[in-house]
Design a protein around this ligand. Structure first.
Ligand code: FES
Length: 92
């Protein structure tokens, strides 16, 4: 959820739409009744700012970049069904 000023050379997840991604996760978790199983929490900078919004999924430790709200259902499905990380979104 880190937000740097417009034009900052590092960019930020906040400028790349992190709030909408966070809201999509919260909405999906609520609609599925998963609050006892899934914790969605916001952070500040985790490092790969130019590839944000960044999402990390535990316990797998999968790091994702350029996540959009449209990716949220797929990410939840993949991790909850233990199919492993969503390869196309993994950070290199
Ligand atoms: S601002 Fe998101 S990783 Fe740095």
């Amino acid at each position: 959820m880190n937000q740097r000023p417009e034009g900052h050379p590092r960019g930020s997840c906040g400028s790349a739409g992190a709030r909408a991604v966070y809201d999509a996760f919260m909405m999906e978790v609520e609609q599925r009744g998963l609050f006892a199983e899934v914790l969605v929490t916001a952070t500040f900078c985790m490092g790969p700012c130019d590839q944000g919004p960044t999402v990390v999924a535990y316990p797998e430790g999968a790091w994702y970049g350029r996540v959009t709200p449209a990716d949220v259902k797929e990410l939840l499905d993949s991790h909850l069904e233990k199919r492993g990380p969503v390869q196309r979104l993994l950070l290199s």
